[in-house]
Ligand binder design. Structure first.
Ligand code: NAP
Length: 248
């Protein structure tokens, strides 16, 4: 039995768990516990923080983990460094399952910013009615928008502070281009605000914005620690197979 830990909370992590199980590994996926009703991956699941790198290292030891796949979201800033430290001290190989960022295409009007605060400033300048898809966390950055109305979409209800003029819609992707276009038209949206999350499941809003000629305020990714990285589940399986024994 070769026990693997996947740090998850993304569709890539779920896909990776399923694939590694079919290759004969014993897989535990770890979720932070932010979402009330998360989509659960196949295999074992544990939920909640480890208590920092020390707690994670102890958990790796107690559960005889042979390797860790960090498949967390590109904007999850703390878990990556925590995994590097924990795996280093526990002597467990770590690979990052990396999701490439989005690239603009002809006709796109993207405004790259470094933070949600910067996104709020640019949105104030660009938009009367913006569609905000940056997630439930950090919406307090948009409280400075006293003039712009925001359509905020997230999976679970966001906690205050929230911007003065807004409506929240709760939903979970994937989203089709036609539906995204219809939503933006229905709400008379004149700008889209997003993180550079990457992936295909939520890319439809970017295509819809391009088709409608709308500007996009896009938050660039935070730095991640240098770790061995792969860009697909197939490469992750190969990396695991090369670095531990017990799978196929
Ligand atoms: P974060 O800032 O990197 O993590 C904060 C703390 O939450 C970590 O220090 C860790 O607690 C715990 N944690 C995070 N991911 C965990 C995991 N997979 N398993 C167990 N504990 C975890 O992350 P975040 O931005 O709050 O995101 C939380 C989770 O949501 C991530 O797993 C991520 O994949 C998913 N997610 C995030 C976003 C986003 O935009 N940030 C979007 C979609 C999904 P301890 O220090 O106690 O171990």
């Amino acid at each position: 039995m070769t026990n693997l830990l996947i740090l998850g909370g993304t569709y890539q992590a779920r896909e990776c768990a399923q694939t590694l199980l079919t290759h004969g590994f014993t897989v535990t996926s770890s979720l932070a516990g932010r979402v009330a009703e998360p989509r659960l991956p196949a295999g074992e699941v544990r939920i909640g923080g480890f208590g920092g790198p020390t707690g994670m290292a102890q958990w790796l030891h107690e559960n005889r983990i042979a390797a860790v796949v960090d498949a967390t979201h590109p904007f999850a800033e703390r878990i990556g460094p925590s995994a590097v430290t924990a795996c280093g001290s526990a002597g467990v190989p770590l690979v990052r399952l990396y999701r490439p960022g989005w690239q603009p295409e002809a006709g796109d009007r993207w405004h790259w910013v470094e933070s949600l605060d910067a996104a709020a400033r640019v949105t104030a300048r660009l938009a009367d009615r913006a569609f905000v898809t940056t997630g439930r966390q950090g919406l307090g950055a948009f409280t400075v928008l006293t003039r712009t109305w925001l359509l905020i979409r997230c999976v679970d209800s966001p906690a205050p502070p929230l911007p003065p003029h807004h409506r929240v819609i709760l939903s979970r992707g994937p989203y089709e281009v036609a539906d995204e276009r219809a939503l933006m038209l229905r709400h008379d949206i004149d700008a889209l605000v997003t993180k550079d999350s990457g992936g295909s499941l939520t890319r439809g809003k970017l295509t819809a914005a391009r088709e409608l000629g709308l500007p996009v305020v896009i938050v660039s990714r935070p730095q991640r620690p240098e770790t061995p990285s792969v860009a697909s589940t197939a490469e992750a399986v190969q990396w695991i197979t090369d670095h531990v024994s017990g799978g196929s």
